[in-house]
Design a protein around this ligand. Structure first.
Ligand SMILES: C[S@@+](CC[C@H](N)C(=O)[O-])C[C@H]1O[C@@H](n2cnc3c(N)ncnc32)[C@H](O)[C@@H]1O
Length: 262
């Protein structure tokens, strides 16, 4: 993982709520559990994913957990029927099993999935499931990552530290199977490329600023340096995402899904 992630900007994150919620809805839809009584949403953020869970299983006892006070503050406004927990997943532990341990677009921020997933799996009740979705790298390399890499190969940006934004922690489906398969009744995994249509290339910069770019931006607290970095990155991105005939851009984004049933 790159530098420690401290602050989240809930407004920036919500800017693309529709696009960001789509994979969550797809994952919730695929979970083959009829009536989970207890569900935990790990890294619940502003509560968008928790709302999707509530819509599918209104009778469930829902817990939303996040380490960011800013995100949780927004989440609390979304529902008072949910138990909201401020905690860091790296140290938190469940005190009672959950029928569904769920996480949408959050685990990529945590290192060492080979030891993280057995912990999450140990919180799953008999006949329950663990379901998660994370952004993934895939092949060929996403153009926005190539744009970031091009910038980081030049001074002064070569002094920025850390692996490629967040995605570095994400494992292959084979590796996830090796961790979960031996003790699961069934494991289902798939990748989906979401080809988002954005009004302009600038939106791509806005999108990655809300998530993957954060560990790098946190190393640029000085506003002028940060703006220069964003301006240069904006040009690198514009070069790699040609405008369509109507002036919009298509932004493919790969996501990895897994559901393991106990
Ligand atoms: C991209 S947001 C996803 C939010 C939500 N699940 C959704 O689908 O909209 C990732 C969330 O993970 C949280 N997060 C990152 N590291 C965490 C940790 N170590 N413990 C708990 N939450 C964490 C962040 O605070 C952030 O709210």
């Amino acid at each position: 993982m790159g530098p420690r992630v401290e602050r989240w900007d809930s407004r920036r994150y919500l800017q693309f709520e529709e696009e960001r919620t789509l994979p969550c809805r797809d994952l919730v839809h695929r979970v083959a559990l009829t009536n989970p009584a207890r569900i935990v949403d790990l890294g619940c953020g502003t509560g968008s994913s928790t709302s999707v869970l509530r819509a599918r299983w209104p009778a469930a006892h829902l817990t939303g957990l996040d380490s960011s006070p800013e995100m949780l503050e927004a989440a609390r406004k979304s529902s008072d029927a949910t138990e909201w927990v401020a905690a860091d997943l790296r140290t938190w532990s469940a005190t009672a099993p959950y029928d569904l341990v769920f996480s949408n677009a959050a685990l990529q921020w945590l290192p060492d999935h080979r030891s993280l997933l057995p912990r999450l799996w140990s919180w799953v009740a008999e006949n329950g499931g663990l379901a998660f979705q994370v952004p993934a790298r895939g092949s060929p390399e996403p153009a926005w990552l190539a744009a970031v890499a091009a910038l980081r190969s030049r001074t002064p940006w070569d002094r920025l530290s850390g692996d490629d934004p967040a995605i570095a922690n994400v494992l292959s489906p084979e590796a996830y199977y090796d961790v979960l398969g031996p003790s699961a009744r069934r494991v289902e995994m798939w990748d989906t490329v979401y080809a988002h249509v954005f009004p302009d290339a600038r939106s791509i910069l806005d999108w990655i600023q809300g998530t993957g770019l954060r560990p790098l931006l946190q190393q640029l607290p000085e506003p002028a340096a940060r703006q220069l970095f964003l301006d240069e990155l904006g040009r690198e991105i514009a070069d790699r995402y040609p405008l369509r005939a109507d002036g919009r851009v298509v932004f493919p984004f790969l996501r990895r899904f897994a559901i393991a049933y106990r």
